[in-house]
Design a protein around this ligand. Structure first.
Ligand code: LIP
Length: 273
């Protein structure tokens, strides 16, 4: 179900830049993993590292040198748009270390996510998982790839035989539905898993290793690149609700279990704010 049939002009240059930015940032984090303990800010269920900012800067430098007129938005630079974003101008959306808590503990489930968007649609995307040396890419009109080889979503068409990935919102509160939702998903699928990196979760669905992903309070920079990669791999992605600012409820599947998964989480997710 690729949503793009044709490539907008210059999309190859955007993809090339997204790949360079994702790999440069990702390799910087990997090379400096011994510094993963350098914490800038700590919350109950989240952490900000010195390396988050360093990796964001490196990705921004690659983009800025190639496209100085483009806007950039990211988890580490949300308030620093470059130029005036518009329906025609490109805006880059970056998560330099998606799965920061995993990275800070030395768990390998983390990635650098870079998306070039135009009018709210992602048109070029790269998600690089340095610990696995896996680069997921896609562009409007181009197939989704993993390390240069085309990928497709799974053919699993029953929830009872599916693996569904989900996450626990960093603003966790046991009274809030994420646990209700996790309970609902776990009861209805073969296995529910929480791996801790949304962009990587969505790419696992895109290449058929999992069949669905859902999260209640995720951010646009976590999903902007993975969404296009999934769509160009034949999957279906949907923002179910916008929760204010860059925060949203998001579902991504192989398309075959989409309706059933939405039905499974509809009630507990509805009361999530
Ligand atoms: C993380 C997401 C993950 C979510 C975490 C966190 P970060 O992003 O990738 O899916 O469950 O709460 O938001 O903060 O590590 O870039």
């Amino acid at each position: 179900m690729s949503i793009f049939r044709h490539s907008p002009p210059g999309v190859d240059g955007l993809l090339d830049c997204a790949v360079k930015a994702a790999i440069t940032a990702g390799r910087h984090a990997l090379r400096n993993a011994r510094r993963r303990f350098e914490v800038v800010q700590r919350a109950a269920h989240d952490v900000k590292l010195t390396l988050d900012g360093e990796c964001q800067s490196r990705a921004e430098r690659i983009i800025g040198e190639r496209f100085p007129e483009h806007a950039i938005r990211g988890e580490e630079s949300a308030a620093r748009p470059r130029g005036k974003p518009s329906r025609t101008r490109i805006e880059w959306i970056i998560d330099p270390i998606d799965g920061t808590v995993n990275f800070s503990h030395g768990l390998p489930f983390w990635a650098c996510s870079v998306a070039a968007t135009c009018g709210g649609q992602t048109i070029a995307a790269a998600v690089y998982a340095p610990a696995w040396d896996e680069l997921f890419t896609a562009a409007a009109g181009w197939p989704a790839k993993l390390n240069g080889r085309p990928i497709r979503v799974s053919r699993v068409n029953a929830l009872s035989r599916s693996i569904v990935l989900t996450g626990l919102d960093k603003r966790i509160d046991p009274r809030l539905p994420p646990f209700e939702i996790f309970r609902a998903i776990s009861a209805g699928v073969q296995k529910a898993r929480v791996l801790g990196s949304a962009s990587l979760d969505i790419c696992h669905v895109a290449c058929g290793r999992a069949d669905g992903y859902f999260e209640t309070g995720i951010y646009i920079w976590d999903i902007a690149a993975g969404r296009l990669i999934l769509q160009q791999a034949g999957g279906k992605a949907e923002i179910l609700r916008r929760l204010g600012g860059d925060r949203l409820q998001f579902i991504a599947t192989n398309g075959l279990i989409h309706h059933a998964l939405k039905s499974l989480i509809r009630r507990p997710a509805a009361s999530f704010v």
